[in-house]
Design a binder for this molecule. Structure first.
Ligand code: AMP
Ligand code: MG
Length: 322
């Protein structure tokens, strides 16, 4: 493989690296992705190796438009088209039957492929310059906190992966994943696009949650219990309990509404869901970097879909590792 000339490539340099079978990190509106040619099996294998990602966790294929998505799919139903037209470019990943040309490693040997058109000018320019779809798992070691800045990517991969720097990600949590390869449509991972909005676009009911996995099969490993995890032990705590209990020595707290006295151990989180999501992974990293005895996260009580998506990530960040 050709060595990358610089750790901050131009879009054209990044595209040549990808066309030559290499990997480049790129910004999207959700989190930074690790881009590689989705049709090149060796390149895809390298992405799994770089991330230490288990082979049973499929990758999302990133496309520049609906026409390119059709090249990754063996069938592009009217339902897929409706979703693409309603939400692309945007934080929605659509699971459809896989084209033969997509190496089976991409889909974790499954018959379906997940495709998404990201809403970020650099991501779109990169995919267009490559001239075909690119895989784009979050650009972090498997299981760790997702990156929302180029700096986060560099911290993990140093100079092993060049990074296209597009500034901080606007949304900050991963896309909603919905499958239309079955009926009814099913949300496999919750992100910024709500089940209700999907239902309106499809004109059908949309259900939420993965099917119970058959032995050896994972319908959506984005639903793995432990994910997005800091190194430090991390706990979700209700606001009431947080205010009532003595703060353990060496703890760092991600506080929201709880009336806590200002202290260096407290990281104040934004009260609006969109701003909270944007800030979440950077705040988890800041907390972790202080090597605390424990990270206590005030459980957000908000009822909107986005708050549910945030609680989903917080729950996984706190889950015991397998
Ligand atoms: P990440 O690349 O870290 O955003 O994770 C991608 C996630 O997309 C996976 O963990 C799965 O949850 C989901 N995904 C990717 N491909 C498929 C597929 N073919 N079927 C179901 N879910 C998928
Ligand atoms: Mg990830």
């Amino acid at each position: 493989m050709r060595q990358h000339p610089t750790s901050q490539p131009t879009v054209d340099e990044a595209a040549s690296i990808i066309r030559a079978g290499g990997a480049v990190a790129f910004p999207t509106e959700t989190v930074y992705g690790l881009g590689a040619d989705a049709f090149n099996e060796a390149a895809v294998e390298r992405v799994f190796a770089l991330k230490g990602r288990p082979a049973h966790n499929p990758l999302i294929v990133h496309v520049a438009d609906e026409a390119m998505a059709r090249h990754a799919a063996s069938a592009w139903s009217d339902r897929a088209a409706r979703l693409a037209r309603a939400f692309w470019p945007g934080p929605l990943t659509i699971v459809v039957p896989k084209a033969q040309r997509i190496p089976s490693a991409v889909t974790a040997f499954g018959a379906t492929v997940a495709v998404r058109c990201p809403d970020h000018p650099l991501a779109l320019a990169l995919i267009r310059a490559v001239g075909g779809p690119i895989v784009g798992p979050s650009a972090n070691p498997s299981g760790a906190i997702s990156p929302t800045t180029a700096e986060h990517v560099r911290a993990a991969f140093v100079d092993r992966v060049p990074v296209l720097d597009g500034g901080p990600c606007a949304i900050g949590i991963e896309s909603t994943v919905v499958t239309v390869a079955e009926r009814p449509a099913r949300v496999l991972r919750i992100g910024a696009v709500s089940a209700e909005a999907l239902g309106v676009a499809l004109g059908e009911d949309v259900i939420i949650g993965a099917l119970p996995a058959a032995p050896g099969a994972l319908p959506s490993p984005g639903l793995l219990a432990s994910h997005y995890a800091p190194t430090a032990h991390t706990e979700l705590v209700d606001a009431r309990d947080l205010a009532a209990r003595a703060i353990p020595p060496g703890a760092v707290i991600l506080a929201l509404e709880a009336p806590l006295p200002d202290s260096p151990s407290i990281i104040r989180m934004p009260r609006e869901a969109g701003a909270y999501a944007t800030r979440l992974y950077a705040a988890l990293r800041e907390a972790d970097a202080r090597t605390p005895t424990v990270i206590l996260i005030e459980r957000p009580a908000g009822e909107s879909w986005l708050w549910s998506a945030i609680r989903d990530r917080l729950t996984r960040a706190c889950a015991p590792r397998e």
